[in-house]
Design a protein around this ligand. Structure first.
Ligand code: PMP
Length: 445
């Protein structure tokens, strides 16, 4: 086999620059909460491949289920016949849905495809064209999903024209209203809902609006949970106008927030729920669930894809559903979440660094820490404008990597995001928190 140096040169010379990378390294093995790199380094993984390997890398039960399926049936095209694991997966998903009305599933490979399928269906069912999305939203990078994504221009800049009929509104995140971080949730929610009412009067008439698409915890846009009153408000407005409410739980689903779906925190029933990532712990699989009365309006053949609901991925997902129960994953998530929040709070209490932390927020193990920045320093009483350090989030993340832990930032704000495995041990959680605390101290020194 070629040396790591040779392979890294292949990467540098022949793998597109268009795919960004945090580090120039080769992952050679994944085990639980750790990744091994080509040079032997063992990295604590607080990214989970962006919220995917929720049960840790290569969970033995999940990997075995996939391996067994590989020896039995790899590809069973859904337009030819069902395969066993597709149906077993649906059977396993029904009882964990946040609302019993969500009873009709279709499976895909990636989050983006599922998002596109949901929008395609919403337009067809409602016979309306337009879709309302949130500023800061991330829904993917395929052509339709890219048009719905509003977190950073790099995702679509220069590839326009985008799919028309997308109308963004502000999410209840203080940045988006140019208000201080101390602004009350009620105030942010009422401002966002007011903007939605304006949008429906001035830009997209309700009779032209097919759907409102929202992440219950906005991911790329800053790791901010949607206040339950916001989702309730969206539900009321959607109901009033016959607009479908679609929740993108691609990142927040499957236990990430300490409940099976983040939707459960608000009790709001979406008309469609989009899932991916954690569903199969790394095997490419995604899905949309909605009401049977809606999907029954579709024509056979309208939805489909060669690999949609692949048998190996479905077998892995069935095993994931079993592990979620057998290993009390939600309980572990909540315990580790409490420890994580307490550790982050201790960092904030440290007088040397605390003044640089604007906010600690999140649900379960989907947690964001926002640093003060020159852009936000006008709101920061403790660190007046000239002293606000630049690029804190990326500098802290880089320092964590040097110290042996992968940590991600979010899109345009100074936010680092914690997405550790949901079955991480208490010891590894402590280790990650210690690395973070040291990294922040070193960066602000
Ligand atoms: N929606 C959300 C909320 C996501 O976080 C992502 C991926 N980060 C997507 C959609 C797109 O999923 P995929 O990358 O699998 O296409």
């Amino acid at each position: 086999a070629s040396s790591a140096e040779t392979l890294l040169k292949v990467g540098a010379d022949h793998v597109t620059k268009g795919m960004g990378r945090l580090t120039e390294a080769i992952m050679t093995k994944g085990e639980g909460s750790y990744l091994t790199l080509h040079d032997g380094r063992r990295m604590l993984d607080f990214t989970c491949g962006i919220g995917v390997t929720n049960l840790g890398h290569c969970h033995p039960k999940v990997s075995k289920a996939a391996a067994d399926q590989c020896m039995n049936l790899v590809h069973g095209q859904i337009s030819i016949a069902y395969h066993q694991k597709y149906l077993e997966l649906v059977e396993n998903l029904i009882p964990v849905m946040p609302d019993p009305s969500l009873d009709s599933f279709f499976l895909w490979n990636s989050g983006s495809e599922a998002v596109e399928a949901a929008i395609k269906m919403a337009r067809y069912i409602t016979k309306r064209q337009n879709v309302i999305v949130m500023h800061g939203a991330y829904h993917g990078r395929t052509f339709g999903a890219m048009a719905l994504t509003r977190s950073k221009t790099v995702y679509f800049d220069g590839s326009e024209p985008l799919m028309p009929g997308v109308f963004p509104m502000p999410f209840p995140y203080w940045h988006q209203h140019n208000l201080p971080p101390t602004t009350s949730e009620d105030e942010l929610v009422s401002r966002s809902l007011y903007q939605l009412e304006l949008l429906l009067q001035q830009q997209t008439a309700p009779t032209r609006t097919a759907a409102i698409l929202v992440e219950p915890v906005i991911g790329e846009g800053g790791y901010v949970p949607a206040p339950p009153s916001f989702l309730k408000g969206l539900r009321e407005i959607a109901d009033k106008h016959g607009i479908l409410l679609i929740f993108d739980e691609v990142q927040s689903g499957f236990g990430r927030t300490g409940k099976y779906f983040a939707t459960e925190y608000s009790g709001v029933r979406p008309d469609m729920l989009i899932m991916a990532k954690g569903i199969a712990n790394g095997f490419p699989l995604s899905g949309v669930v909605t009401r049977k009365e809606l999907t029954d309006q579709l024509k056979p053949g309208q939805m489909g894809g060669t690999y949609a609901g692949n048998a190996v991925a479905c077998a892995a997902a069935v095993a994931c559903a079993e592990v979620m129960k057998e290993e009390n994953i939600l309980v572990n998530t909540q315990k580790r979440s409490t420890e994580l929040f307490a550790a982050l709070e201790r960092v904030r209490q440290n007088p040397a660094v605390g003044k640089h932390i604007l906010d600690i927020r999140g649900l379960g193990l989907m947690v964001g820490v926002e640093f003060a920045s020159p852009a936000t320093s006008k709101y920061d009483v403790a660190a007046p404008s000239p002293n606000a350090p630049k690029n804190m989030a990326s500098r802290v993340a880089k320092r964590c990597i040097e110290k042996g832990m992968y940590l991600l930032t979010t899109s345009i704000y100074e936010v680092v995001r914690f997405i550790p495995p949901l079955n991480i041990s208490e010891e590894d959680m402590k280790k990650g928190c210690d690395i973070f605390a040291e990294a922040v101290e070193e960066v602000v020194k």
